[in-house]
Design a protein around this ligand. Structure first.
Ligand SMILES: NC(=O)c1ccc[n+]([C@@H]2O[C@H](COP(=O)([O-])OP(=O)(O)OC[C@H]3O[C@@H](n4cnc5c(N)ncnc54)[C@H](O)[C@@H]3O)[C@@H](O)[C@H]2O)c1
Length: 368
């Protein structure tokens, strides 16, 4: 039986050494492979699920993580459709810029619309091979102010998109979940089996979406993957996140405000590492039906983070403390061994490097 698969160069070399596999490279990373079965192949290599070019829907693709995923997919020659409603949760000019930079790419289609609009989404989903679902009402604090919106955009929308996928030929559905599903921390680092007791409406909405993804895989066979991102940062990041606020204030020598005493800890994930694991999940059959933490595996106190940002930017900012906010987890630190073992995930950026790249980006692009 002949299979046409996309595999890496190393995997191709490995296969060539196996007697009963015949590998005929076609171009770049595509190869035709004669072997017993795909199942047999997957024992030797990570079988790619991609056959030639893919058409991928990225919901929320005008946002921070989504726009980086779009950039990576376009760079790999894939066709990308983005649906984003430019939600005004933060300055929409940032989202417009994220769309503008790809507009001239013939493989890029941008549709301004609401993912909750079933009539809009149905024909789009019918046409795509995969969905990377990034659109959400992000943010714990926003969910405390408006829990209904968070439920509708995060939980209900995910259910509806999954339902629409059943009427199409979607081969993979990647769901952006969050470390917030864990809530009350029982131990560190947090592995995927850690109890899930969210402490904010945001965490609940993400956990609910995860369960729908799992059940659609188990009951209907839709290949879903849940990715629990641990605070992602880097160029184009959301301006409401601590690293962005601290850096912009540091660059202006303004006070840096910490909620609480600064002893809370966070695992910060550099955007390129988060994108890398997301794309690995898109391509690998080993991710189907699975849930993975997406983190760096390290943690730092918020106070040390603020000091680091002040030092990196030679800033004169003072640190000031105010009341802690409800809904914030006390500590996060991802156990990333599952993704490392299954998918060869290996985060490359340490916090110092990532913060320097981000500070440089803010300097070039304006404080905002
Ligand atoms: N950034 C992080 O640290 C982090 C951590 C954990 C999980 N996540 C999750 O990752 C995903 C991406 O996060 P982000 O930081 O890029 O957020 P983001 O706010 O920058 O991106 C989300 C995008 O979704 C769009 N959107 C919102 N509601 C929509 C709707 N009804 N219809 C269409 N588009 C809509 C927004 O306009 C925005 O462009 C989200 O699901 C978020 O919950 C992010």
């Amino acid at each position: 039986m002949w299979e046409r698969l996309r595999i890496g160069r190393e995997q191709m070399d490995l296969l060539k050494m196996i007697e009963f596999s015949v590998v005929i490279p076609i171009y770049n990373e595509d190869a035709e492979i004669r072997t017993r079965s795909k199942a047999f192949l997957s024992e030797i290599i990570e079988v790619s699920e991609r056959c030639g070019g893919m058409k991928v829907l990225v919901t929320g693709g005008a946002g921070f993580i989504g726009s980086h995923i779009v950039e990576r997919l376009l760079g790999e020659g894939e066709e990308v459709v983005v649906v984003d409603n430019f939600d005004p949760y933060y300055d929409v000019r940032l989202k417009e810029k994220n769309v503008e930079m790809f507009k001239r790419n013939p493989n890029y289609t941008f549709i301004k619309g609401n993912i909750l609009d079933r009539e809009l989404m149905h024909p789009i989903i019918k046409e795509v091979d995969a969905v990377i679902h990034m659109a959400a009402q992000a943010g714990v604090r926003a969910s405390i102010e408006n829990p209904r919106k968070t439920f509708e955009v995060n939980a209900y929308s995910t259910f509806q998109l999954l339902e629409l996928c059943m009427d199409g030929d979607v081969k993979k559905f990647i769901n952006a979940s969050s470390s917030s599903v864990y809530g009350k921390v029982k131990y560190l680092p947090i592995d995927e089996e850690h109890p899930k007791e969210p402490i904010s409406p945001y965490g609940v909405s993400k956990l609910s979406a995860e369960h729908y993804c799992r059940v659609f895989y188990e009951v209907y066979g839709l290949k879903t993957v849940n990715l629990r991102y641990f605070t992602v940062y880097g160029p184009r990041m959301r301006p409401d996140l601590a690293i962005s606020v601290f850096t912009r204030n540091a660059l202006q020598n303004k006070p840096i405000e910490i909620f609480g005493d600064g002893s809370f800890t966070r695992d910060f994930t550099y955007i390129d590492d988060a994108v890398e694991l997301t794309i690995k999940c898109l391509n690998s059959s080993k991710a189907n039906g699975e849930t993975f933490n997406v983190g760096s595996g390290k943690r730092i106190t918020i106070l040390d983070l603020a000091k680091k940002i002040i030092r990196i930017n030679n800033s004169k900012s003072r640190i000031v403390f105010s009341d802690r906010k409800k809904g914030d987890m006390e500590h996060t630190q991802a156990d990333i061994s599952k993704a490392m073992k299954a998918l060869g995930y290996n985060p490359k950026y340490n916090l110092d490097e990532g913060l320097k790249v981000f500070s440089e980006w803010v300097r070039k692009n304006g404080i905002g």
